[in-house]
Design a protein around this ligand. Structure first.
Ligand SMILES: CC(C)(COP(=O)(O)OP(=O)(O)OC[C@H]1O[C@@H](n2cnc3c(N)ncnc32)[C@H](O)[C@@H]1OP(=O)(O)O)[C@@H](O)C(=O)NCCC(=O)NCCS
Length: 169
């Protein structure tokens, strides 16, 4: 695979991001969305001015029209003020880009930006089973904090989630 570039997302990336996510909505269980969100949801994430919120893409090259291989972003865990220094992180790759270190590249960059912005902790929810995601979170220094049983139902089955947490800084 050619060199992968990780860079902040721009509006020009959002259609590719949305398409990539829509496939996981339709075919996978990593997201509990059952309908693809409207473009405005991605625009809102991109526009966040919270210092701990970052939206990155991994692309096949530096140009704006290079293929988007995946994305990762940080956002609010909950909106209440005392959660200011806690962010929830998410990562999705195109199926053809997995298992080659691209998730790690995205997370290393994202977590470094969150740490530099003074965030205290990163949380992630992993719908089970997902060996690749749990492997990525473990490799990046997250700890598995617990499992909530059967909180999701998708594709005709109940789905557990695991909470993963990394202290930053
Ligand atoms: C989960 C996902 C982001 C991981 O990204 P990736 O690029 O495939 O993972 P990487 O190649 O960067 O591997 C990162 C670490 O996880 C480990 N890992 C990757 N795939 C694994 C697997 N199937 N089983 C166990 N560990 C695995 C790697 O060994 C690596 O650890 P290391 O750095 O110590 O060697 C990617 O597979 C994906 O997008 N999957 C579909 C969507 C999804 O599940 N998103 C997560 C939602 S919580």
């Amino acid at each position: 695979m050619p060199a992968v570039v990780v860079r902040p997302a721009t509006d020009a990336d959002l259609d590719a991001v949305a398409a990539l996510y829509a496939r996981e909505v339709a075919e996978g269980h990593a997201t509990f969305d059952v309908e693809p969100p409207p473009r405005s949801v991605w625009e809102t994430k991109l526009a966040s001015t919270h210092p701990g919120d970052h939206f990155l893409v991994a692309a096949a090259g530096p140009a704006p029209d290079d293929d988007v291989l995946g994305f990762a972003y940080s956002g609010p865990f909950r909106d209440r003020g005392a959660y200011h220094h806690t962010r929830e992180v998410t990562v999705y790759l195109d199926a053809g880009a997995t298992g080659r270190g691209v998730g790690r590249l995205l997370y290393d960059d994202l977590l470094a930006r969150m740490t530099a912005a003074g965030m205290r902790t990163a949380l992630a929810v992993v719908a089970l089973p997902n060996d690749a995601s749990e492997g990525l979170h473990r490799a990046c220094g997250f700890e598995r904090q617990g499992v909530l049983r059967e909180v999701g139902r998708k594709h005709g089955r109940w789905i557990d989630i695991a909470w993963w947490q990394k202290m930053l800084g």
